[in-house]
Structure formats: C-alpha cells, structure tokens
Write a new protein. Structure first.
Length: 145
C-alpha cells in the first residue's frame, strides 16, 4: 500500500470518528434540552357503600369510580345462604394528588340516599382517601320509627 493511500484511509477513519463524535454530542445535547416527563403523584380514593340495605350506584367526576350496591332485606329468609352481596364495579381508583373528585350517589328504584357521600367533594391527598354512602330501602328499614 502506498503512503498516499494509507494516509487517505487514515483521514477517512478520522473523519468517520469525528462525525460519530459530533452526532453523539448532538444527541446528548438534544436529550438534555428535552426534560423527562414528570411523574404525577397519585392518591387512592375508596368509596365504601354501607350495608344500609338499600341499593344504588356511586360515580365520580372525573371518571374512575362506578360502584354499585344491590339492595338486601336483612329480615328475609337467609337459610338459603343469601347474605348481602359485596359492592360491584369500580369502588376505588387512583387520581392525581390535588384533584377534586365529586361523587354522585343515585339510588336504585325502591331505595333512597340516607347519608353521603361524605366527604364530598374529596380533594385527593397522597396515599389513602375515602368517602362513604348509605342507601336505604324506601320501606322504612332504616328509619327509627
């Protein structure tokens, strides 16, 4: 190989190396200029629907909670093994800390909202947050009279 061709090959390698270094420096500068997406701290909201024996649904705004409780008659014959069923649907959800969540309780036909949601609205804090609702049957099972 002649000295001239060796010099040309060495110059080409140096140029490729310089171009690679420039590209790496540009990529590093660009990544430093674009901030990483910040993690949003979340809090968990749990809605407890009590055993007031009535039925109904609790929903949230913003969306996330959609929790339903079936009505239940505690004086019905339970010999067939029909205890009150657990709430169904989404009764807990994560929301960004600082979000104000408004809850709406809608009773099923034959029931009414006896209490709650409480608290309402809920301002989400870090960790665990809760609210509760009591649905009662319209036939007076919840009344003291």
């Amino acid at each position: 190989m002649s000295a001239n061709s060796t010099s040309s090959a060495r110059t080409a390698r140096v140029r490729r190396g310089a171009m690679a270094a420039a590209a790496l420096a540009a990529a590093t500068a660009l990544s430093a200029a674009v901030p990483a997406q910040a993690q949003v701290e979340q809090g968990r909201l749990y809605v407890w629907v009590s055993d007031g024996w009535g039925g109904g649904t609790v929903t949230s705004s913003p969306a996330g909670i959609n929790c339903h409780q079936e009505a239940w008659d505690p004086y019905a014959d339970t010999s067939e093994g029909t205890p009150q069923q657990a709430s169904a649907g989404t009764c807990d959800a994560n929301f960004p800390v600082g979000t104000t969540v408004t809850l709406t309780a809608r009773p099923d036909p034959g029931s009414y909202v006896n209490f709650g949601p409480d608290p309402n609205p809920v301002r989400i804090r870090s960790g665990y947050n809760s609210s509760y609702v009591v649905f009662c049957p319209s036939d007076g099972l919840c009344s003291s009279g």
